[in-house]
Design a protein around this ligand. Sequence first.
Ligand code: TEU
Length: 517
Amino acid sequence: MNLYDKVIYQIYPKSFKDTTANGMGDIKGITRKLPYLNNLGVDMIWISPIFLSPQVDNGYDVEDYCKIDPIYGNMDDVDKLILKAKEYNIDIMFDMVFNHTSTKHEWFQKALKGDKKYMDYYIFKDKPTNWESKFGGNAWEYVDNLDKYYLHLFDKTQADLNWENDDVKKELVKVLNFWLEKGIKGFRFDVINLISKPKKFLSDDSDGRHFYTDGEKVVEYLQYLNKNALCKYDTLTVGEMSSTSIENCIKYSNKNMNTLDMTFSFVHLKLDYIDNNKWTLGSINIKDMKQLINEWQIEMNQKQGVNALFWSNHDQPRIVSRMGNTDDYHFESATAIAATTMLLKGVPFIYQGEEIGIGNAGFTTIDDYKDIESINFFNTSELDYNTKLSILQQKSRDNGRTPMLWEEGFTTGIPWIEESKIKYSIETKQNIFQFYKKLVNLKKTNIIIQEGDFVMLDTKDNIFAFKRTYKKESIYVYINLSIKEEQINLEEGKIIMKNYKDNVKGLLRPFEIIVIN
Ligand code: TEU
């Protein structure tokens, strides 16, 4: 499948559109909103997991990869969605959580009973290491009747699979082929660079991640999936990479490697961590951000790696709250930030609600939070209540999980999670949407934006400016990422996009963006 002319939209189904009044979004809700997605102009929708699951981690704990969780509907709904989406030329991308399964999965249940075949599907050891779980606490859980510990890099109900076992790989290939046969065109692979565990399980004075991140056999395993499933169909794949490097992302996305089509990396989303700790009150330094983007744009491009471009997803706070200003420049900052992904080289992902400027949750009590990672942090941190609450307001994954703000409402029932407390006008939402629509269209129709090389321009720290060049033709993008007005000399040419009505020569106003051809 062609890559650089694509725009992908992520749906977090639980919060997208409820058609049954149970307070949770569903598959029929997605089908109902296809005209809206078609109007936005996206090519593909990535749907976060809708497989059978106890929902401890909202579906990232899979009990059966080939069954649909009844809270979202049934297989018939999925078939209809695929068919209907085709009418709009929209393809569907599923979210494959292949690093771990839920402990409710039949395989794990058999393992728990001491079935040797299935114990070897997971990682059971006599002695634990001191590795930390990504959701807090130790990464090993003791099973009394087996007198062994199993590895869980995430919640204790998410047991890591043993990819050394050929049967595991075969089972997972079966799953991919099942969905490919049904007409699913894309896959997002959850934390896929964690699947290759070391030969020896050791402890040291770190949290352990260097032992299992970007392990020796990730490439080999991805090639296996590619050879036995993906390459037989016209697909588009993206791998979610935890704490990775450019070098590794090239291996995972260069087409000559026969691995994946592109990678999500998170280095740019850790800019507001203090000392690499998420649970702190940090802020993004624009200069550092530009430097990082520059590095990833240039190096990935040089060696034919492909960047999946994004700021927001279901694990991240809303970018307009994080980097923009929802009080005074909601429209301007939402649109300026949009241009920092949509106009770079790579494949942009829009996360539901980003296209209408939804901000952080703004929850003021711990009772409003639903996310397991957030709750674990709250329960285990020794900070005082108010500090913990402020940190959650800034960093909780629930910031990205509040219901989609449809004009007619998300649900007629009681939503599973509260709406964002940040209120703003329907007009602003519509204006942001219209701007996104223009960006999507530009991406889809302009070869310079699709294929052009990236060069960052030298500007003041708060201005992000870059040039895209293809066969001697260039597009210049100037973005003010602050509330400070800034003098700037713009390139001569035609303004093809702007987020202020007029423009003032030699000046970029707060969160102003100007695109020149
Ligand atoms: O997330 C991987 C991951 O390591 C982080 O995003 C993590 O959730 C958190 O932000 C660390 O602070 C993926 C999924 O996107 C996420 O929803 C799942 O919870 C996780 O894997 C486990 O499957």
